[in-house]
Design a protein around this ligand. Sequence first.
Ligand code: SF4
Length: 353
Amino acid sequence: MPFFIKRKKTRQIMVGNVLIGGAAPIAVQSMTNTFTHDISATVLQIKGLEKAGCEIVRVAVPDKEAAEAISKIKKKISVPLIADIHFDYRLAIASVKAGADGLRLNPGNIGSRKKIKAVVDCAKEHDISIRIGVNSGSLEKDLLKKYNGASAEAMVESAVRHVELLQSLDFSRIKISIKASDVNRTLNAYRLLSSKTDLPLHVGVTEAGGLYSGIVKSSLGIGMLLAEGIGDTIRVSLTRDPVEEVRVGYEILKALEIRRRGPDIISCPTCGRCKIDLFDIVKQVEEALISNLLPIKIAIMGCIVNGPGEAKEADIGIAGGDGTGILFKKGKVIDTFPQDKLVEVLLKEVDKL
Ligand code: SF4
């Protein structure tokens, strides 16, 4: 953790085999967008997420078929699986019985205390955690009236209410999320919530949008909270392949120097001096190294203006020439290669490390 971040100490809980909160690393999670009952498609997507470093995965459980699919999915994956439940407490119970490692629910839409108690008893029996997931789009009517809309205060009151409900049932293996679809409200809600509880927090901006707005809103919302020491696990929300969410999650952690996973790739934006197809080279290298865990620095630069300088400082680097590139390793020139060979030789050198 860099010196300027003083992480808030939260209680630690286990989600499957992953520690959340306390001094545990800030975990990166995501959610599938396949039909959960389509077991092969869901497993395939989770495998892709695991490869990208996803540490907890959530699946939607809208019906009985989805709940039943969990036992088969669980056999083929290694990350903890969370069942996302709305409205029907029986689906929560069926998911836990099918082997889910955790539940994400909003006790407010599960119904009576009796139904919630049935879910909690089942969670206790199977030793799993529950995330209370408050969302600005589905707040209780009385709170919307009291606060004149889904304000940060209304969201916090909803979260506190749900926490107290679970605690009154003697359940404490809880984490909380309190997401709004805009950055400012999300920040205010988490700040206020963090001042009121020491339960671990799952942070994210909900429904953040497509690639551009989603990355910007998530980087600001999640990044500012993490910089203030708030947050124990993160989920970037993008209207895209969830693998992209995981990649962005790690980039946020990497940019704040909180956590490092895999190579740090430095590349220039290119300009009129660049005479190689740098965009394609960078894309190929990023994709080839998506599951590589080496904490190395790779510089891929378009020309000899800044290229050799950056490339020399990196563990491995390329400085582009005219249809060629000079390959550097630990500050030394290895050789000059034609551009269509650059990715191959760079990846070979990464392997040697
Ligand atoms: S490294 Fe070269 S090609 Fe890249 S932006 Fe700088 S001057 Fe342009």
